[in-house]
Design a protein around this ligand. Structure first.
Ligand code: PEP
Ligand code: MG
Length: 595
């Protein structure tokens, strides 16, 4: 029996789970190692490579068949290019020769051959050939996954615990999340995508585990303890017994609590002193939709549309998008849904035609990509305008850093509206808002508030950009200080600009999902919060039991602090004194640690 191993990380989605590891390859992020083979193993390695080529070929043929049926032959041609590459004898011979000559493992040989080919294509600098580069990357990735023996389609067993370096939406889209018990990843922090996805689905998650992925094997027994921020691999029988006991204990009060939450959910939320607060849901994956009604969300405060791309691996058509937006509008009901334009790049999915960037968080992402690829933007806008004829939808512009971007986007929206009218097609009214998540947008908040119909305050990126700290890098998690005075002053400034211009402002970053932070947000003047649906009950419980006026006094004190440490200490003392039942000492943000 293997010895129990223990990892400490950051708990980002509450709960405790016992199950079996399902290792998930991150595709690109897969580490390719170099091994030197013994002579007698060389031919076996060549055969292993040939089997991977055959497996990839069969996968591609079946994908191509499905694509042809669903989309027509003209869209399935891309897979022909991939198939041709797998049949290209020159490439295959090169890999096999490399394995034999260098006594190298197949993964390494594939990577070397692909990199050589890519280098040649890079040199030529031709648009068509650049497109071919992404085909090479795609086929290479498929081959590497085939060599790893990992299943390409993720049939998830009932006790699966996902272990990955990072859980990206593209990988999550391939999973049947109904069976996933928990998630544990090497990278990530409270606002990383892994965390957002896990909270959205209501599954326990611990991130920032560094080397877990390397040590875990699919099928290993594992405990994810997101109450303590721990993961235990190969747990000993007595650890398993203790975990089972604790899980049984957790189930009882949780069931009672959620019953209470559901009973209250339909009533509007008011603080003790009668201030009305809207709690909306953030959604991305369809698996999250079910929680929107169950947890009593007042519509959808943020729909992250990037999922539409990860699902299909290409830009969805206008009709496909229109259908997806109608589904979200129906789910949101009378309160409506705020649909954000593709927020590509950075920590999100990358658009195929944006090559590797040195600094993607500061690169061609979000609104910049949309304005550069007007065809993509116009298609999305048309789909939204059409869907708005039959449901209440708003449009959100991501990562705005300049009023000029709003003006350009609004002009395009106007042009598409006029075009639909000329075409005699049905369309609806679409309010346009801006994500406030870049420091320059905060500085220009007054002007921006005059240019849009509403603000969506994205605290995840706001903290990242304001404090210059990567939201997904656990190495710098101690610098990701949500309660930094600069963050609080920026939020106050943004909310004040919205008040002056009489436009609504919704706070949709992860900050709103943590009860103590939500109280501070209310104190700063926020009245409209949006979060993973599964977080709504606990935020509702907290806000229903506090005074907005007292929260305002505490927030005012926080705004006068000079350091994040001071604010965190102040919040701990003030909230713990005012509402000790709600905020016992260990429930408040730990110093120097996110959350
Ligand atoms: C944010 O940045 O706070 C936000 C809500 O958007 P995302 O997490 O998708 O970047
Ligand atoms: Mg953002």
């Amino acid at each position: 029996m293997r010895a129990e191993r223990f990892w400490r990380g950051v708990a980002v989605s509450e709960g405790l789970a016992l199950g079996r590891v399902l290792r998930l390859h991150g595709g690109e992020s897969q580490n390719i190692y170099r091994a030197t083979l013994d002579r007698q193993d060389i031919e076996r390695e060549v055969t292993r490579f040939q089997a991977a080529v055959e497996l990839s070929r069969r996968q591609l043929l079946s994908i191509k068949e499905r694509a042809e049926l669903a989309l027509g032959a003209e869209h399935a041609y891309i897979f022909d290019a991939h198939l041709l590459m797998l049949e290209d004898r020159k490439l295959l011979d090169e890999v096999e020769a490399y394995i034999r000559r260098e006594r190298a493992n197949a993964e390494w040989a594939v990577r070397v051959a692909a990199d050589r080919l890519l280098a040649v294509y890079e040199e030529i600098k031709d648009d068509y050939l650049r497109e071919r580069s992404s085909d090479i990357e795609d086929v290479t990735r498929r081959l590497l996954v085939a060599l790893s023996g990992a299943p390409h389609t993720r049939r998830v067993t009932a006790d699966a615990i996902i272990v990955a370096e990072e859980l990206l939406p593209s990988a999550a889209a391939e999973l049947d999340f109904a069976h996933v018990r928990a998630v544990a990843t090497d990278a990530g922090g409270w606002t990383s995508h892994t965390a957002i996805i896990a909270r959205g689905l209501g599954v326990p998650a611990v991130v920032g585990l560094r080397e877990l992925y390397r040590h875990a094997r699919t099928g290993d027994e594992i405990i994810v303890d997101a109450l303590r921020g721990e993961v235990i691999l190969h747990p000993a029988p007595r650890t398993v017994a203790r975990c089972r006991e604790e899980m049984a204990g957790l189930r009882r009060p949780a069931a009672r609590r959620s019953g209470l939450a559901l009973a209250q959910a339909s009533e509007p939320l008011r603080t003790l002193d009668g201030v009305e607060i809207a709690l909306r849901a953030n959604v991305e994956l369809p698996a999250e939709y079910e929680g929107v009604r169950r947890f009593g969300a007042q519509g959808i405060g943020l729909y992250r549309t990037e999922f539409l791309l990860s699902q299909r691996g290409r830009m969805p058509t206008e009709d496909e998008q229109c259908e997806a937006y109608l589904e979200v509008a129906a789910l949101a009901g009378a309160e409506g849904a705020k649909v954000r334009l593709f927020d590509l790049g950075g920590d999100k999915l990358s658009a195929d035609d944006v090559g590797a960037e040195r600094n993607p968080a500061l690169g061609l992402r979000a609104i910049r990509f949309c304005l550069q690829r007007e065809d993509v933007l116009r298609t999305q806008v048309r789909a939204l305008l059409r869907a708005a004829a039959r449901g209440r939808l708003d449009l959100v512009l991501p990562m705005i850093s300049d009023v000029a971007e709003v003006r350009r986007a609004r002009r395009i929206i106007e042009e598409e509206r006029a075009r639909l009218q000329r075409e005699g097609r049905e369309f609806g009214a679409l309010k346009t808002g801006a994500m406030i998540e870049v420091p320059s947008a905060v500085v220009m908040a007054d002007a921006l508030a005059r240019a849009v119909d509403f603000f969506s305050l994205g605290t995840n990126d706001l903290v990242q950009y304001l404090l210059a700290v990567d939201r997904g890098n656990d190495e710098v998690a101690d610098w990701f200080r949500t309660l930094h005075p600069a963050v609080l002053q920026s939020i106050r400034r943004t909310l004040a600009a919205a008040e002056t211009a009489s436009i609504p402002a919704n706070v949709c970053g992860e900050m709103a999902a943590t009860p103590a932070y939500a109280v501070i947000l209310i104190g700063l003047g926020a009245r409209d919060l949006s979060m993973a649906a599964s977080s709504i009950p606990r935020v509702r419980r907290a806000l229903a039991a506090v005074d907005a006026e007292r929260a305002r006094e505490t927030a005012a004190e926080c705004l006068a602090c000079e350091t994040a440490d001071e604010v965190e200490e102040l919040v701990r003392v003030r909230l713990g004194t005012a509402w000790p039942q709600l905020f016992p000492p260990n429930s408040l943000p730990a110093p120097k640690r996110e959350r």
